[in-house]
Each structure stands twice: as structure tokens, then as C-alpha cells.
Design a protein around this ligand. Structure first.
Ligand SMILES: [Zn+2]
Length: 577
């Protein structure tokens, strides 16, 4: 998109919003006296305050109502395929209807249903490893967590050798291959989390790429024909403490129905201390193994330790769905294109109780807040006197917590061709702490969506910062990743860290505290102490950004050379066939 065109579009839409913030300053945006002359488009908008009026539909009260409702214990944590999940979907469809959206499913319904395979492995109490005349039995929960890699009633391997494979990464573009052609069929691969980050030219430096995520690791092991994969947990390399592994990987795990992709029998996590003891059985030192793995020349290291594991697995099939609401575009041609707002409506359901005996994982911040923000944005767009040129789709996706399954299903079965999806604006986890001077754009630097977001934020008096926790790989941890994989440029905001009237470190402290204490825990509950001011700001940012994209002549593009550019080119080419 041309920068000038975008600037005009955003300022056109926002001119009144900027003025109304400061009544004392006459025509602050329109009458530029810096020598460039007034911008005609802005002047013509000055008598048309409709978009600004519509934006006032975005209120803390509206969002609070939705958050309080779907994070209530009655929804039982909205676990995919449960009655709480179904109730939440029905409730949200009702709210969509109430604000005047049209059903966005294929057959005039509010939902895009999809099947989920529920996999509940009976975790063994202990897991035994033998070799070099020694034996070691690990304790479930405290030392390891396992899950079934197959959608079958039994997952097992016997006498499989443990092989340390470093990062378990094969990345030709970085000339990196941890396997070096070793025969790993039937082995159990012990792997480090994250990706190499000591060199800014390698795997995005400290940024975590997909190669650094657990889903890549398990898939990578399966491609080698391995029987199992074990990821060594450390909080820095995972981006979260072991308790998140414990609560996320026990109980029913969901997947989309298996196709013919390769699969390991068992996937596991070990604590770092336990992994250290395991390699010590082979007379090796974990630090030394890691040092070796920091090198391109690294080769897999068989430990001479073997293990067996067999689990009964309960397989269930359930249905969940994405809830879809549409605002058809006003332009006869561009209405076939769409800006998609997403927020996942699911959470973890009922699980292991915490110390207070609470077993309901309410998922208030994660992600009732995101759902509320997207609904508020839709309400505001719907309040415009004329719909934007491109269509707007509100897509409240399901089964995110189990690996972005709802968005993955949508990406595989989109209601608009991928080449016609102009952008995805995703909300996952709202700011419950107040106004910020900044806003975090996860994935900043990847596409031209950046320019619009930066401009809108500046009119809000805020600065856009790149991901403040880039090592945690957030871009690959929410639903925009499913859209990026089919080539759609994305906006994914995270809470700023510089809070108005707070000391500089305060914001980071709040966020770290949330991650340590409440993230994926029953204590992620709504509290009346929450403020929605920050969420209103962030929703407004998404509202103006979405409008600018929906009204622009051209769609956003990836920065040349971005990891998802090839997928976009492919999607656009497919439109011509
Ligand atoms: Zn989430």
C-alpha cells in the first residue's frame, strides 16, 4: 500500500477523534501550518464525525459484561467440546445477532463446526530408564509429563534408546541440521527447547521462531521416525514455568482428526534437573551437551540408556466450533475481500484443582478479554452509517489452547479464499491494568500493517513497541499464526509495559506476576479490580486499523523476504486460476 494513501485514510477516519480529545486546540489535525498545506481529505472529514461517534460504542462496560459472563463458573472453563464450550458459543452468537452481524458460517449458520479427537493418556506414576548398569525411576507430575502422540487406544514403545539431538531442528535456510542423517527410527529423542539465539543472523536472534516451539519439536521428531520425543523444560527456553506444562499437558488433549502425517508414539516434557540426572546416567554433563548443540557441527549423541513406556489412551470424539459473524462490505468488488478479527473463545475447562480446591479454569483474561474486545470493535463497525468497503468477519475461534486448532481448521476451510483475506487482527489476553503510553505489536517488522498501527497509535498519543518478550515466541502462540501460515498479514497486540502514572518497571511486574501465578491456572478469574481503560484503547486501535485496511485500495503486504511472503504469493496466484 502507498504510505500517503494510508496516512490520509487513517487521518480521515480519526481526525475528529484527535480533535475531541483536546477541545481547546482548534483544528489540530486539519490545519497543518508546517508548509505542507492542509490535507484535503482530512478537511472533508471534519464535518462528518460518524466514525468517531461509532467508535464510542467501544466501552469498558460492554466488554466487562461479556468477560463476566463467559468467565463465570457456569461456563465451566469453556473446555473444547464441553457443555460450557457449547453454551459460550451460543451466547456469543446471540450477542453477534444482537449487534446486527449476519451469520458468517457457510450455510447461513453462526458456526463453523469442526471435529476434535480427545486424547486422554493414563499417565504412568513412574517412568524408568536403564543403562550403564544403573536404573532411574522418575515421578510423574513433579519430574515428567507425558502425552500420547497417536490417536489410538494404546501408545507405547519398548526398549527404545535415548538420543540427545540438541535443538532437534532441520532448517536448510540457516544451513542447520541437528540430525546429520542419523538413523533415529524407533529412538526417543531428547531435545532442547527454543532455537539458537546467540547470533542475530541465526533463527531471528533472540526472537523465537516456529523452530523453537514444542509443536515443531514433536513434529520434527516424528519426521525422523522416532518412537518418542522428550523436551527438556527450562523456564527461559519455554517462556513459562513447569506448572504450565503440568496443567496444559494433562487431562484430555485435543487434536484435529489425524491424516497421514508421521507421528511419535509418546511426547514428553522433563524438568531440567531430571534431564541432568538422565544424561548423568551416561556419564555425560547436560551443560557440555548443550555447548555441543550450540554448534552447526553438532551430531546426535546416543546415551546408551533405554526406556519403555505403555499407556492406555482414552479416545473420544467431540465437536466444537468457530463462531462467525459477518458485516458485508459496501464496495461491489472489494466486498469479496475481508478483514478478519479473531479471538479464541475456549479455555482449559475443568482440570486439576489448585490449592484452594478450585478446578475450574475460567480463562477470564485468557481469553474472555480478547473476545470482549473483538465484540466491542464489531459493535462499533456495525454502528458506522456505511459499512467499510471490504467485508468484516468476526471469527471467535475454538480450541486455541490445544494448539490453535479452531483457527487451523478455519485456515484449511476458509469462508473467503486466503488471497482475499486482507489481514487478520487477533486479540488474545487484554490489558487489565490501565492506560499505557505504549502498545506492544507482536510480530512488528513483518508486514505493512505496521505502518497503519503505528500511525493510529500515534494519534492516540502512544508509541508502538516490538514484542517485549520476543524470546517467548508469542507470534507463534496465538491464532494469527494459523492465518500467517496461509499468507495473511496479521496484527497481534500485546499489553504495553509503560503505564500512565506508574513507575517504569510496574507494567512488567504485573505481567510477570500474571504469568507466574494466574496464566493457565484456575485463578485466571475476573476481578472487580480490573480496569478496562487499556482494553478500550487497544480495541480502538484495532477498530481504526481494521477500518483503514478495509477501506484502502490495496491489501497489506509482507515485508519482502518475510517467512510468510511465499505463502501470500501462492495464495494470490491461486486467485488467478
Ligand atoms: Zn489465549
Amino acid at each position: 500500500m502507498k504510505k500517503i494513501e494510508l496516512t490520509l485514510l487513517v487521518l480521515l477516519a480519526m481526525s475528529i477523534a484527535a480533535c475531541s480529545k483536546d477541545e481547546a486546540a482548534p483544528e489540530p489535525v486539519a490545519s497543518s501550518s508546517d508548509g505542507n498545506g492542509p490535507m484535503p481529505a482530512v478537511e472533508s472529514a471534519a464535518g462528518n464525525p460518524t466514525a468517531e461517534e461509532a467508535s464510542r460504542e467501544i466501552t469498558g462496560d460492554y466488554m466487562r459484561g461479556i468477560v463476566v459472563e463467559i468467565s463465570d463458573d457456569r461456563y465451566e472453563g469453556r473446555g473444547p467440546g464441553t457443555r460450557g464450550d457449547e453454551a459460550a458459543r451460543q451466547y456469543l452468537a446471540g450477542r453477534m445477532e444482537e449487534i446486527g452481524l449476519l451469520p458468517g458460517g457457510e450455510d447461513g449458520s453462526w458456526e463453523q463446526p469442526f471435529d476434535l479427537v480427545g486424547i486422554n493418556a493414563s499417565q504412568p506414576d513412574t517412568w524408568t530408564f536403564e543403562g550403564h548398569g544403573k536404573s532411574m525411576a522418575l515421578k510423574q507430575w513433579d519430574e515428567f509429563i507425558v502425552s500420547s502422540g497417536v490417536q489410538e487406544e494404546r501408545a507405547e514403545f519398548s526398549d527404545a534408546e535415548i538420543v540427545f539431538v540438541g535443538y532437534g531442528i532441520q532448517a536448510p535456510e540457516y544451513d542447520w541440521d541437528d540430525y546429520k542423517g542419523a538413523d533415529l527410527k524407533g529412538k526417543v529423542l531428547l531435545m532442547m527447547n527454543n532455537d539458537p539465539d546467540w547470533d542475530s543472523n541465526l533463527f531471528g536472534g533472540e526472537k523465537r521462531l516456529w523452530y523453537g516451539r514444542w509443536d515443531y519439536k514433536y513434529l520434527s521428531a516424528a519426521r525422523q521416525g522416532a518412537a518418542g520425543a522428550i523436551i527438556i523444560h527450562t523456564s527461559p527456553s519455554a517462556g513459562y514455568p513447569f506448572q504450565v506444562v503440568q496443567t496444559s499437558w494433562t487431562g484430555v488433549q485435543f487434536e484435529l482428526p489425524a491424516a497421514d502425517e508421521p507421528r511419535t508414539q509418546v511426547n514428553a516434557w522433563l524438568t531440567e534437573d531430571t534431564a541432568r540426572e538422565l544424561v548423568a546416567m551416561a556419564g555425560l554433563d547436560l551443560e557440555e551437551l548443550r555447548e555441543a548443540a550450540y554448534n552447526r557441527d553438532f551430531k546426535p549423541v546416543p546415551l546408551g540408556v533405554s526406556t519403555s513406556l505403555a499407556m492406555d489412551v482414552e479416545i473420544t470424539r467431540v465437536q466444537s466450533g468457530n463462531v462467525l459473524g459477518l458485516i458485508p462490505g459496501s464496495d461491489p468488488v472489494l466486498k469479496d475481500e475481508v478483514v478478519i478479527y479473531t479471538a479464541h473463545h475456549d479455555h482449559l475447562g475443568i482440570g486439576t484443582p489448585n490449592e484452594d480446591g478450585d478446578a475450574i479454569y475460567n480463562g477470564a483474561m485468557d481469553n474472555a478479554t480478547g473476545v470482549a474486545q473483538v465484540m466491542a470493535i464489531a459493535k462499533a463497525i456495525k454502528a458506522l452509517p456505511e459499512a467499510p468497503r471490504r467485508s468484516i468477519l468476526v471469527n471467535l475461534v475454538g480450541a486455541e489452547e490445544q494448539g490453535l486448532l479452531g483457527s487451523e481448521y478455519y485456515a484449511a476451510n476458509p469462508t473467503f479464499a486466503p488471497g482475499r483475506i486482507a489481514a487478520n487482527l487477533n486479540y488474545d489476553g487484554g490489558n487489565i491494568w490501565g492506560h499505557t503510553h505504549d502498545v506492544t505489536f507482536v510480530g512488528l517488522g513483518k508486514s505493512t500493517v505496521d505502518e497503519i498501527v503505528t500511525l493510529v497509535a500515534s494519534v492516540q498519543g502512544r508509541v508502538v513497541k516490538p514484542d517485549q518478550f520476543a524470546d517467548k515466541g508469542y507470534f507463534y502462540r496465538s491464532d494469527q499464526f494459523s492465518f500467517a501460515k496461509i499468507g495473511v498479514p496479521a496484527m497481534y497486540l500485546d499489553t504495553g509495559t509503560d503505564f500512565v502514572d506508574r513507575p517504569p518497571e510496574w507494567g512488567r511486574e504485573q505481567q510477570n506476576h500474571y504469568t507466574e501465578v494466574n496464566y493457565h491456572q484456575p485463578s485466571d478469574e475476573y476481578s472487580p479490580s480490573w480496569t478496562f481503560d487499556g482494553m478500550v484503547d487497544d480495541a480502538l486501535l484495532g477498530f481504526w486499523t481494521g477500518l483503514a485496511i478495509a477501506n484502502a485500495d490495496e491489501k497489506p503486504t509482507w515485508v519482502p523476504g518475510d517467512e510468510f511472503e511465499a505463502a501470500r504469493i501462492e495464495a494470490l496466484r491461486a486467485l488467478e486460476e
